[in-house]
Design a protein around this ligand. Sequence first.
Ligand code: ADP
Ligand code: ADP
Ligand code: MG
Length: 456
Amino acid sequence: MAIKSLFIANRGEIAVRINKAAKALGIRTVQAASEADLDSLACRLADEVVVIGPPQAAKSYLDVEAIVQAIKASGADAVHPGYGFLSENPRFVSAVEAAGITFVGPDAATIAKMGDKAMARAEAVAAGVPVVPGSDGRIGDLADARRQAARIGYPVMIKASAGGGGRGIRIVEDEASLEKLVPQAMAEARASFGDDGLYMERYIQHARHIEVQVLGDGTDVVHLFERECSLQRKRQKVWEEAPAAMLPRSVRDALGASAVLLARRVNYRNAGTLEYLYDSKTQEFFFIEMNTRIQVEHPITEAITGIDVVQAQLRIAGGERLWFGQGDITQTGHAIEVRINAENPAKMFMPSPGLVATYSPPEGSNIRFDTLLFEGYRIVPYYDSLVGKLIVWAPDRRAAIVTLQTALNSLKVEGIHTTVPLHKALARDNDVGEGAFHTAWLESWMAGGALEASRF
Ligand code: ADP
Ligand code: ADP
Ligand code: MG
């Protein structure tokens, strides 16, 4: 049944985005807010605001009981979880399902299976989708980790099964470091995700991060082509593109087919993303994880396909079958998204909350700015530092970079530090212009002093 009233269990720019998508479909919105978020843009846009708790996320946006209670009390018939927070938490989704509320995403069982990295890996193996050589399921004790690492070959990467946002990951060069890093990664995983399960993969050097957006209705699955997110800092995406800059046609087709195969196998419903590492030397790709939720970088896919992914999520959750087939989906041009954080690039990206004294959005055609900013808003220190996503589109990649430069020059944010200077420097860089990068490129570029050398 079509959604009439939507509870938004998230904050920041994605809450703004969801409010707008819901309104475009004639859906009433109820915005969850911690006490720190009452004057946010999302609260201004929503039809109703419900206070769910104090500023600390653990007592508000991450509090399953408080949120389920708030949804019930609001009378909303559905909940959109956004990304992060409870979006991939099977316990939350089960509680929502049990209350007879529609969850905008896959069901709890699918999230438990595909949102857990070690389990999703096993699913990929069973589907015949290539994965990075690694451990069979979770690693047990240190002795088991030692055995598995010796078999896989160093360097290896240990990852939290429940991980996300680049946390709980360690690169292990040799056996001596393994003994130190396994307990560390376990502690971090337990603290961040409430689950200390780890698994292990061979560390692929100079890989590119390529991911495929899918949409499913529980029976049918289509893909909306790929995105490349190789420019990363601390394993978090900084700059994303669609389509991938340097991917041969045959690899693109194989990736799309592999993503659809895997999503079909679990009768995937709603929007999801299958992430891969791609080795451009051997042209091999390896599945690494599935995000069973909307992703930060979904707008670049929207820019090249013309499909509104958040509206699609709401329509699918409302019971609609997919209203197009694979053959109806086309892509045009090239899109780039850069993540603008309230951080100071000159001071090791230290968070920079505070008053937004001056703000004017970027101007020009084919420019989109998804943001939580407005002039006079005070950025709070409790959450993620993402304050805006600048998305540009042009007929080809070179033109998109020029449009990005124009957009970055016309965006005005004063009172806080932002990562705009980083993006200006990247947009001028030769390697970036050539698309000659991999997942470790940005960090070595910065370590080499390129950011200081650029005039900002
Ligand atoms: P995307 O996969 O959409 O690019 P990111 O990895 O940047 O997203 O994550 C988006 C936000 O969600 C970040 O704030 C990140 O810290 C958070 N996040 C992602 N996955 C998880 C998770 N499993 N648990 C907690 N937070 C997460
Ligand atoms: P998260 O859930 O935190 O997003 P991912 O498994 O998606 O974790 O990995 C995050 C990033 O870490 C990837 O985008 C990539 O840059 C790097 N990475 C992950 N697995 C490997 C690997 N096996 N070898 C090399 N780099 C990897
Ligand atoms: Mg990932």
